[in-house]
Ligand binder design. Sequence first.
Ligand code: TXA
Ligand code: MG
Length: 338
Amino acid sequence: MELLSIDPLHPDAAAIAHAAELLRAGRLVAFPTETVYGLGANALDPRAVERIYAAKGRPAYNPLIVHVASVELVSSVATAWPERAARLADAFWPGPLTMVLPKRSVVPDGVTAGLPSVAVRVPSHPVAHALLAAAQIPVAAPSANRSMMLSPTTGRHVARSLGDAVDLILDAGPTTVGIESTVVDLTSEEPVLLRPGTISLVQLEAVLGPVRRVSASNSDAARPSPGMLDRHYSPRAALFIASAAEVARQCANVQARGQRAGALVIDAPAPAGAITTRLARDAGEYASHLYAALHDLDDAGCDAIIVEQVPDGPAWLGVRDRLARAARSGGESGGGHP
Ligand code: TXA
Ligand code: MG
């Protein structure tokens, strides 16, 4: 595995050309996007795509997002470009929004897990954009982590999670958005929010009108898309969600068992003896730092992480979804006690 540091705003052309060459040759390149780091491969090369699944230990039924350099290139992978997709692109691309559209037959089944649709996104990160423009191919890229684990927001996170399973990592330091893109399905009459992100339901509805929301659920029938497994985005430590008033007591429970407690708080006082990280009461800021904070608490050897419940507002939907999926007992409240 090769790791290249690259300037996030003015990426070095030689490094980009090298990475683009590897992609064109069917190799795996991890690169920063504004959300999280992606594990990229040529989306039109079935063997390259196969390598992504092997590197991540990802189940074959979980489809990948295809990244392209500009709106004009969506037609290389999708057969339809409905008017509402154009409106979404105007409002949010390049940026942290993924649209699910009917797929072109050149897209291998491995990318879409056999579905007739393909997920597409035009990322805004200058390194991602430069790489896609140089490679001149659509790039399939899931988050660059082992399946089910926390997504990486730094090159170092990628290196630790995937090691030699990846050929090259372009390390541009921390990403800004911090959680994965909002995913909207446009293949049926009614748009469906499959995965909330930092572009909120309110913002989507301002452009699209009513959008149906599929909630996280344990039932197969209600599973919004094949890969949306409930347990996901998880640190190694057990994660529990608690009200501000309960954080200290739950940390004490963990410590009473002789285990190391971590706390991720907004307003709650730092619990005695717990390794505490404080994040801002601002959904965007919180999302930006969430995964790095969880990675750090894992690294500090925490056995359990007690997370102070985040606010209810629409801007927090993406963060609430990730925390609920990371929590041991599942459910939107996170439930359960350490
Ligand atoms: O921010 C992001 O979206 C990052 C960066 C790298 O772009 N990528 C990412 O990819 O989060 P991944 O593979 O971790 O998540 C892709 C999600 C999965 O939940 C998958 O089920 C859904 O997109 N998806 C992909 N293709 C789909 C399709 N055809 N229909 C429905 N859902 C799909
Ligand atoms: Mg992922």
